[in-house]
Design a protein around this ligand. Structure first.
Ligand code: 5AD
Ligand code: SF4
Length: 490
């Protein structure tokens, strides 16, 4: 009997990407997916430290897993950002864990497991420098038709609220040719949609030398290069940074057919004073200029954002400035977060300026009400339009429906139909709209893909529609609103 594994993923898409690499690595050494955490021989917890009370959640999870280990001898592995931050503490507080590793040495997992076999205490390996680009490692995808592709790791910015640079290190980009090669291989393996990942995709490539020259962002070039990969239907990316956002990226988006009309542009605050304190070196006017240009060039584009409420020193005027930008930008979706002090960051030291919880909560609800209204209105505007959906999965609540995403990343449910399966592209007319999703007509047109056919064949064999049966679980920080698209810091 092969040994089995289960992975619990907390946090952002970068962690999902890393989890798919960890799954791929485990499979190369003979592990197979388990049906549940409870029955797995090995459980890997991929941790997040960007927001929330991550430590308590981790130790809660590890407490539960300790019982499992006592009963079944489960091998326990902790990886990711919190492991990178607190590795030795994890081993001290939870000595029943077998392996702790950080964000830079995912590739060592097989060796660490081997070492753990003959160790009584946790094997801890944390390294400062990236050992190998995670994309160089084998991957196991959640669904057949979609893959995460990391184009850079780390971040050279130092936003005062953000813990990422200290955990993921300075930015390192992958070569355009390597990325295009990986995407071509993915397409040959049935992928029709890729999401490019980087903490700041706009500065992608500045560290690479091309024709003897470095310092230039290559992101627009990359989008255009991916535009000519045959059978690659959709390209998405996250997250750009408003400071580095150059207009050639908007042009590349508008001109490259397979790049989806969706821009996730983190605002963080609409107050210039707070943006300065956050060390986000753009101002509200610059941000709005980007919004206006995007809407002009791609009127059908979806704009989404991240906003932090209650950053130290936030006054009523600062918050009103944020509300004003939101009112004008009319984001299709906004991810709103209550400020959470991250140890070691500059903002966490501004203790005297911390905003009272009750005030933060009131502001948070006001912002949420506004952004939800905009989400609903943006969906209502689409009623009567025809939209192309990439079919994602059967609806969780209603087996007679399938769910899919428009190019603008709106979630749509439509009646299931034996003409298509997850991974296919269908056209539907939008009939109903609510804040979080829309309802589409029976499919008007169906475009089969290799992914759809392969998923259909797997379903016929009774294998289920997913490649891997354990969906990643994001603990949804208590302060996050909707989480259809957990986002990377940016
Ligand atoms: N507190 C609250 N929100 C944060 N984010 C990042 N760090 C913090 C923090 N310390 C939010 C930002 C970022 C998103 C992924 O998480 O809005 O864009
Ligand atoms: Fe880098 Fe984004 Fe964090 Fe700023 S918020 S430091 S750009 S990862």
């Amino acid at each position: 009997m092969p040994r089995t594994y289960a992975i619990r993923t907390f946090g952002c898409q970068m962690n999902e990407h890393d989890s798919s690499r960890a799954a791929g690595l485990l499979e190369t050494i003979g592990y197979r997916p388990a049906d549940s955490v409870e029955t797995a021989d090995l459980v890997l917890v991929n941790t997040c430290a960007v927001r929330e009370n991550a430590d308590n959640k981790l130790y809660g999870t590890l407490g539960h897993l300790r019982t499992l280990k006592a009963e079944r001898g489960t091998t326990l592995v902790v990886g990711g950002c919190l492991a990178q931050k607190d590795g030795a503490t994890v081993a001290e507080k939870a000595p029943w864990v077998d392996v702790v590793f950080g964000t830079h040495n995912l590739g060592s997992l097989p060796d660490l497991l081997l070492a753990a076999d003959s160790a009584t205490l946790p094997v801890v390996e944390l390294v400062e420098q990236l050992e190998s680009f995670p994309s160089a490692l084998p991957a196991k995808r959640d669904v057949r038709h979609h893959a995460w592709v990391s184009i850079s790791v780390g971040c050279n910015n130092s936003c005062s609220f953000c813990i990422v640079p200290s955990l993921r290190g300075p930015e390192v980009s992958r070569r355009v040719g390597d990325i295009v090669g990986e995407v071509q291989a993915l397409v040959a393996d049935d992928v029709v949609e890729v999401t490019l990942l980087g903490q700041n995709v706009n500065s992608y490539g500045r560290d690479l030398e091309v024709d003897g020259r470095a310092g230039r962002s290559l992101f627009a070039d990359l989008l255009r290069a991916l535009g000519s990969v045959p059978d690659l239907e959709r390209v998405r990316f996250t997250s750009p940074h408003p400071r580095d956002f150059t207009l050639d990226v908007l042009d590349a988006m508008a001109e490259t057919t397979n790049v989806c009309e969706h821009l996730h542009l983190p605002l963080q605050s609409g107050s210039d004073r707070l943006l300065k304190a956050m060390r986000r070196s753009y101002r509200a006017e610059r941000y709005m200029d980007l919004v206006r240009r995007t809407r002009e060039l791609m009127p059908e584009a979806t704009l989404t954002t991240d906003i932090i409420v209650g950053f130290p020193g936030e006054t009523d005027e600062d918050f009103a400035a944020t509300m004003a930008v939101v009112e004008e930008a009319r984001f299709e979706q906004a991810y709103t977060f209550k400020y959470s002090p991250r140890p070691g960051t500059d903002a966490a030291m501004m203790v005297d300026d911390f905003v009272d919880d009750a005030i933060v909560t009131t502001r948070y609800h006001a912002l949420e009400a506004l952004t939800r209204r905009h989400s609903l209105e943006s969906h209502q505007r689409l009623i009567g339009s025809t939209q192309e959906l990439l079919v994602q999965s059967p609806s969780k609540t209603d087996p007679t429906r399938l769910s899919g995403y428009t190019r603008g990343h709106h979630l749509v449910h439509l009646p299931a139909d034996d003409r298509f399966a997850p991974g296919d592209l269908v056209t539907t007319e939008i009939r109903e709209a609510s804040t979080n999703y829309m309802i589409g007509s029976p499919a008007i047109d169906v475009r089969r893909t290799r992914a759809g056919r392969a998923t259909e064949a797997a379903l016929a064999r009774g294998e289920g529609w997913q490649i891997r049966h354990l969906p990643p679980t994001d603990p949804a920080p208590e302060s996050a609103t909707r989480r259809r698209l957990p986002v990377l810091p940016g």
